[in-house]
Design a protein around this ligand. Structure first.
Ligand code: ZN
Ligand code: ZN
Length: 374
């Protein structure tokens, strides 16, 4: 075989191997491993994103493909009603992004929530209306008229990026008004790369539903979702993967936020997520030591800091990992109690979730998660 023929063959085999692989990569959906809790299905959702129909850079179907690839279960395309920089090329038609994306969402098995972004200068700021039926009646000058139109359609309104303008942020009278009228029922504790501790506080105080959304305008460049690199998302605990069940869960406040290496939300849901993800097994009790394996069966990394006297001072349990722990004990029979705080499970600003593990004597296994006093 001459050198030319051989190198041509080599080139051909590279082409043959690479083409199908790159085609496959574009088609892969990376499933996210977050456990179902309390009898509910955990849906991975993003309820804030833009397309060319407002100031985004992609066609509506692209948002569905991106979400499918990144392992999401539900999205909402929320183009601005009042701001359309591309309107010379794309005519104003508030309902089109949803209509265009819907067939693709059905094909992909992604729930598509009809939504829009109500856009006012700060304060009051921006709000998303989800589960609406028609955006047109919401195209009004007065904010209260707009929200009333959304409410009349059964819409759910959340406050977007409440800390976006640091010099003008805060809870103003207008927020009290829309809260008291029961228009405002949710809040973005996370938007894109930002976490807002004050929004976290308001969500707890005023019983608002927690949201963590991307607010993406550019095309998603992430080809694969991992525990370390994923979009911020709203975890919704729903009875099933349907629009009515999704809405029921959001109205009832059954959500949490997965943001970077943090899980943010109400104690009851964070506790249930922790309990479902973390298990203790392979307990070995000896006269002077107890050994056990602590396992994290989820994509949620866990960082533990000791609050009691027993066990390692700090314990990092990456996603889908296990650690073998050995602690000194006095005899075989007494249960061993380990008290920790999961510092990256935020039940309040700068407040982690307290957790206890009880390693029973005589090989019995029991895991307990303790809630602090309310
Ligand atoms: Zn906005
Ligand atoms: Zn937006």
């Amino acid at each position: 075989m001459s050198r030319t023929v051989r190198s041509r063959l080599a080139v051909m085999s590279i082409v043959v191997v690479l083409l199908p692989v790159s085609t496959l990569l574009a088609q892969v959906r990376r499933e996210i491993r977050i456990p179902d809790i309390m009898g509910y299905k955990t849906l991975k959702c993003d309820f804030h994103m833009h397309t060319v129909f407002s100031d985004g850079q992609v066609w509506p179907t692209v948002r569905v493909d991106e979400a499918w690839r990144e392992g999401l279960d539900a999205i909402s395309i929320t183009d601005h009603i009042e701001y359309q920089p591309h309107k010379a090329d794309i005519p104003t038609n508030h309902n089109r992004p949803y209509e265009i994306a819907l067939p693709r969402a059905r094909e992909r098995g992604i729930l598509l929530v009809r939504g829009t972004e109500i856009t006012r200068s700060t304060p009051p700021g921006h709000f998303n209306a989800l589960f609406i039926k028609d955006v047109e009646p919401m195209d009004t000058k007065d904010l209260l008229d707009c929200m009333a139109a959304a409410d009349k359609q059964g819409g759910f309104i959340l406050w977007n990026h409440p800390g976006w303008k640091p010099d003008r942020k805060g809870w103003f009278d207008i927020h009290t008004t829309i809260y008291e009228k029961k228009y405002l029922r949710g809040i973005e504790v996370v938007n894109g790369r930002s976490y807002y501790p004050e929004a976290h506080e308001w969500a707890l105080e005023k019983n608002l539903t927690f949201f963590g959304n991307t607010d993406m305008h550019a095309p998603a460049t992430r080809m694969e979702t991992t525990s370390e690199d994923h979009r911020p998302m709203t975890l919704v605990f729903a009875t099933s993967q349907t629009i009515p069940a999704l809405k029921d869960a959001i109205v009832a406040g059954r959500t949490a936020v997965w943001f970077e290496d943090k899980v943010i939300g109400r104690e009851e849901y964070l506790e249930a997520l922790f309990e479902a993800a973390i298990s203790i097994s392979d307990i070995k009790r000896e006269q002077k030591a107890a050994q056990f394996t602590i396992r994290n069966e989820s994509d949620l990394a866990v960082q533990l800091q000791r609050t009691g006297n027993v066990g390692p001072r700090e314990l990092a349990l990456p996603a889908n990992a296990a650690a073998r722990i050995r602690v000194a004990v006095d005899g075989k029979k007494k249960p061993v109690e380990l008290s920790y705080v999961a510092t990256n499970f935020l039940v309040g600003p700068d407040k982690g979730l307290p957790v206890d593990f009880v390693i029973a004597g005589r090989y019995k296994i029991e895991v307990e998660v303790e809630l602090p006093d309310k």
